[in-house]
Write a protein of this length. Structure first.
Length: 553
């Protein structure tokens, strides 16, 4: 059999690289900023010699593996249009581990080292859970309707990617809209630019020029931005050589004291499960786009990358990114993944992360990520059977609720006044202009599970699979009773998980999801009694989509 001529790098890999680079750079900047809440300053040894190099090595590990996996798939299927799975730092885990693991430890001990150690353990635990989840992922994918797997990603794409970055564009239009026009022109219309310059590269260039030239003409254009010549000079002061250091001994010291970390398993365990489900959904998304990767090795590498991060000093898990169809649609192959890993290895080991952030504005590249969010949302409907479109739509709601809850928390923090805890303690059923606070928080807790389960129930009912719909309802009930979904605890404006087997915090407002669990059991009973105890044969597959979406270039 003739092997495909699969290149190491293609011109369109530059577009993919800039999209992935912007996304990962945002995560690194968040790390630098938020670690300050744990007493870890931007020029501290913990950040420059452990956290950033550890993150860089884990990013390189995963990017190289998924590029290699793309080459193997291209060779096996004799194709040259295979796109590697995108990979980088896990944003939800980053935020959750900072605010609900590291910050509480720092507040209790006033020790940056103690906060860092607990972050290492959280990262390590997440990696172990992801690694173990790899051995059941393929079976779960086979039993789960595609609509259930893809609708979750679409919900995240609408709220946390597309809407967030669209708002950023409209917030700084004179900097962001010209790059956005370049991205939309080159990616939607496939227009080739002069000298065949990649659209992503041109967008970064024109956005950076706008950011540095227009403030001279329009005062206060960059008000609130950290971009300035003084900021660049300060960032250059961190230039140096920061080789990675082994942090396993610090992790082992904490592991020997279970009483110190068992209480944080109520955060680490559900986040680890979320990462397993999210990775599985992203692999399904790649298959729907035409690149069928085996889940087991991909997820083993994902878990191993996170374990590598923890052993080298990073507190933040890495993961398979949402958005493979977007990268494939823009023509990226495997080279963008390799280039991303090398780039972050260089900037983290030389201390130039801050310099780049001060020169290139975020607004210059966010339109690329916005476009990826749009492609993900479209794929959920296009790659699922047409009859399952209502199931995809239903699965969007919990993710949109999660985005709404994030906005609500931010509004309360900025606006002051009553905290979320005070609002719900006064009246659980507070409603203002249709804004139901309690219902919003209940729906968003464990939304990755809830999105998938609701869409699966709906898809099963559409296909006449009443017994399967009842089984999914039973799973939903179990998750609610345990506290993986719907249960919550609020302290001030912070929303925490409320697992059933953990000790109640008397300082906060707690809601157990027992009623939700009973409701799901009533779902199951209704489907079995009124629908039937057997699954009907599947309907004819006349409305199925084409087998390979977005794969022809």
């Amino acid at each position: 059999m003739k092997h495909s001529n699969y290149p190491l790098f293609v011109r369109r890999d530059l577009d993919g690289f800039f999209a992935l680079m912007i996304d990962n750079l945002v995560q690194l900047l968040l790390i630098v900023a938020l670690c300050g809440l744990c007493g870890i300053s931007a020029d501290s040894k913990l950040l420059l010699q452990y956290i950033l190099p550890g993150a860089a090595l884990s990013i390189l590990f995963g990017n190289i593996f998924y590029a290699w996996q793309a080459h193997q798939l291209a060779k096996r299927e004799n194709r040259s249009d295979v796109c590697a799975l995108p990979y980088g730092i896990n944003t939800p885990s980053l935020l959750v581990y900072i605010f609900f693991v590291m910050v509480p430890v720092y507040q209790r001990t006033n020790s940056p080292e103690a906060a860092w150690q607990m972050g290492l353990l959280a990262c390590f635990g997440s990696g172990i859970i992801e690694f173990c989840g790899a051995f059941i992922a393929d079976r779960v994918r086979k039993l789960t309707p595609r609509a259930a797997l893809l609708s979750t990603l679409a919900g995240i794409a609408i709220g946390f990617i597309s809407m967030t970055f669209a708002l950023k564009i409209y917030q700084r239009p004179l900097i962001a809209m010209l790059p956005a026009a370049v991205v939309l022109l080159t990616l939607f219309s496939r227009t080739k630019l002069p000298f065949r310059i990649p659209g992503g590269l041109l967008a970064i260039i024109v956005g950076t020029i706008c950011a540095w030239v227009l403030p001279e003409v329009i005062p206060n254009l960059m008000e609130g931005s950290a971009m300035s010549t003084e900021a660049i000079k300060t960032a250059w002061g961190q230039w140096g050589w920061y080789p990675p250091h082994f942090a396993g001994s610090a992790l082992w010291e904490l592991l020997k004291e279970p009483s110190e970390w068992l209480g944080y398993m109520s955060v680490i365990f559900p986040m680890g499960l979320f990462n397993v489900i999210g990775s599985m959904q992203n692999i399904e998304s790649a298959e729907a786009a035409g690149d069928s990767y085996p889940a087991k090795p991909a997820m083993i590498a994902n878990g191993a990358g996170t374990i590598v991060a923890s052993l080298l000093g990073s507190c933040f898990p890495t993961t398979i990114y949402i958005g493979h169809p977007g990268w494939k649609e823009m023509g990226s192959r495997a080279g963008y993944s390799t280039l991303n890993g090398i780039f972050f290895l260089f900037i983290c080991l030389t201390g130039t992360t801050g310099v780049i952030s001060k020169i290139i504005p975020l607004e210059a590249g966010i339109a690329i990520v916005l476009w990826i969010g749009m492609v993900i949302t479209a794929q959920a409907f296009q790659a699922s059977p047409k009859r399952h479109a209502p199931a995809v739509a239903l699965g969007l709601f919990p993710a949109i609720a999660a985005w709404g809850a994030t906005l609500m928390q931010g509004t309360l923090l900025v606006g002051g006044g009553k905290s979320l805890q005070e609002i719900l303690s006064t009246n659980l059923f507070t409603e203002v202009n249709g804004f139901l606070v309690h219902g919003l928080v209940v729906m968003e807790r464990g939304f990755i599970f809830t999105c998938m389960i609701l869409a699966a129930i709906c898809a099963c009912l559409i296909d006449g699979k009443y017994r399967s719909a009842a089984v999914w309802s039973g799973i939903a009930a179990l998750f609610a009773f345990v506290g993986l979904t719907n249960a919550y605890e609020i302290i001030g404006n912070d929303i925490h998980f409320r697992l059933a087997f953990t000790e109640k915090n008397t300082d906060g407002f707690t809601f157990y999801a027992t009623g939700i669990g009973v409701g799901y059991l009533l779902f199951a009973a209704t489907f079995l009694i009124l629908g039937g105890c057997k699954d009907d044969p599947p309907p004819p597959e006349t409305d199925e989509p084409e087998p390979e979406l977005n794969s022809g270039h």
